[in-house]
Ligand binder design. Sequence first.
Ligand code: 26V
Length: 820
Amino acid sequence: MTRWDLTAEEFKEAVLENIKNQFRRTIDQATKEQIFQAVALAVKDIIVDEWIETHKTYETKDPKTVYYLSMEFLMGRALGNSILNLRVYDVVKEVMDALDIDLNIIEDQEPDPGLGNGGLGRLAACFLDSLATLDYPAYGCGIRYRYGIFEQQIVDGYQVERPDEWLKNGNPFEIKREEYGVEVKFLGSVRVVKEPNGRDKFIHENYQSVRAVPYDIPIVGYNNYTVNTLRLWDAEAIRKFDLESFDRGEYHKAVEQENLAKTIVEVLYPNDNHYQGKELRLKQQYFFVSATVQQVLRKFKQKHTHIGLLPEKVVFHINDTHPSLAIPELMRLLLDEEGLEWDEAWALTTKTCAYTNHTIMSEALEKWPVELFSRLLPRIYMIVEEINRRFNHFLIKDYMVKKEHLHRMAIIADGDIRMAYMSIVGSYSVNGVARLHTEIIKQEVLKDFYQVYPNKFNSKTNGITQRRFLLLANPALATFITERIGSGWVTDLPQLKGLETYVDREEDQKLFMAIKQHNKERLADYIKEHEGINVDPHSIFDIQVKRLHEYKRQLMNILHVMYLYNQLKEHSDYDMVPRTFIFGAKAAPGYRRAKLIIKLINSVADVINNDPNIHHKIKVVFIENYCVSNAQIIFSAADVSEQISTASKEASGTGNMKFMLNGAVTLGTMDGANIEIVEEVGEENSFIFGMSSQEVIRFQHTGAYNPWDIYNKNKDIRKVLIQLINGYYMPDDPDLFREIYDALLDGEGQPPDPYYILKDFESYKEAQKKVDEAYRDKKRWAKMAMLNTANSGKFSSDRTIEQYATEIWGLQKTPVDIRK
Ligand code: 26V
């Protein structure tokens, strides 16, 4: 059975059979969760035939393949997306309707696979969708974490983390591939012996090891036959069956190995943009990278006798530095297993690896202590040392770098291994994720490396998949668009430009805004159900959803809400369009200040939402547990998209693109991809404010910023700040938010207000005022919103992936044809 010849009758039969065989029940006895499992298995049945065909095609044609290595894949739910990409949504819906079952409720039974933190993991998921849709041979390679990103609850205004048990009922889409298991070795020591031919042989002894076993998840292309693979590695203990026969010493070791296996894949690190040198994290990194590289080489050797062909058939893409051990691991296999000389191995490695940088935040740059690294990965450390030694030598010889200046660029320095530097030296391509970000990398953060390797550096502006974030998440708007310009946009987003013809037609403006209204009501229902708050769907929906981080400045947003509330309290006739300020954000569990900002948002919400005297002009909502599945309800309901990071800090952002696609207007700084968004839609259709990245960088260099000057001059700001410490929002604990006040004004040893919140506040306030004015003019607003959708074509991950495929990876499209 393929997606093209599926009938309703067949599908229904398949679902009923699955319920019988899996649960010994009939459909009317089955729980919703069981029906979900049965439907998912019926869908998987369609997918698997095409999956097999795809891999047969790859087997025969033997095309170059990208292995996208990533610690994170923030996939979101698979069922709805799979049936949409298979184009069997209508058939499945018909069957469910006939059975009197609500398909949406069945979809809601699926746990949201949250194997990622935020932007970097979601980008990887969008890329997989585009790769499959564009017929490119690709694998996503990562870790099958037992627990994904924690589930956030808000208790008494505070974030509380609960484990995410996404595998509790099994995953109907995955297939365990026992036969592809490989061994990964840690710890121990390396003995060097001379071989008769004079070569050194490196023998890794007294190690502990685990067995890496892959689980494959299908990635269904849209409207084609391609089904690619997300390969997630699980860890199992080696030889666990003969535990009993071990003597005491070995028994101990066996238990250790058992524990090692269990702990490695236990949980996703919930940090975003903050590095901590944790041993377990390094184990995770080497575990999945070693398993992947070993398995890819094994497969390559089954087809090819000449290892020199490797770069023509394989590319390892390194998603941030987290999988950068692919570089020394590939070197190890080429040297120790294939017997290549260093120079040959290095030439192959540096033609096979490509690296993307996703952040310039210095606290996110990975550097592993030599002591830890060399103990855990003794052979890999020897290789990194040699890479460093040769790189230093090259700098001295070819670039006349003076010995005393080597330190700045060294891969190993001050007792640390700097992973970004190793990634650049070991890759043939280094890319940033938006134009500004790439420029900052080249001119500031990695300037020395840009001077040495100018040709490696390139820019690939991020993108998002319109299949999930418009076609699936906003069906009403999708239909509106297709009725006017046809359905080509689903795989060719720039066609949205065709909507420009309609932006001045009053009838279409009204329809467009009616769809927005419908989506706002859907979100209002969600908010009522989950947060118990009534919001007015006719108010402006002003939304900021993203990880909580100081540089993203959720604090500036809530301080402005406090300011508006003061205006309403001071002037009974204060004129503003009613506004609902919506937040959604997880904070890293150890990031104290971020968690305090969540508490502040909730405290402000409590006071404002319960004040009858402001006539519901402002509501503040914090949506619990922001994740891919509720994101699919949130983006389509926004009027205003808050993208207010301190300029230079947000590498790209991708939420900004999801809002734009769904007809929200950006209120933002000139940062990351916002710059390119404004370039596409025009400054007159956005609300831009704040310092430029150059100004921020200059201030950072000179340190010429004193927030007290602003505090003293600006009484509105002063009033808001004093409310942080006088118990206005926290009568029982007036000192709770003092930390925030202090950080903005004095900095406690740090520079004060390092993200320039007070500096940008006035200009943010002005921009917000303009939003209010613009919204009063219904036609003007409708046109702006429509123009945002119409001009979002550039931000499809299809465009991004075409650029990676042609400019970095050198892939050929390899379509799958089933109708032979
Ligand atoms: C960094 C770290 C540091 C070590 C500890 C664990 C951990 C986990 C995740 C990260 C990722 C930080 C980088 C990141 O997510 N960058 C985001 O990438 C998006 C996709 O390119 C981009 O749109 C966002 O602007 C950027 O912040």
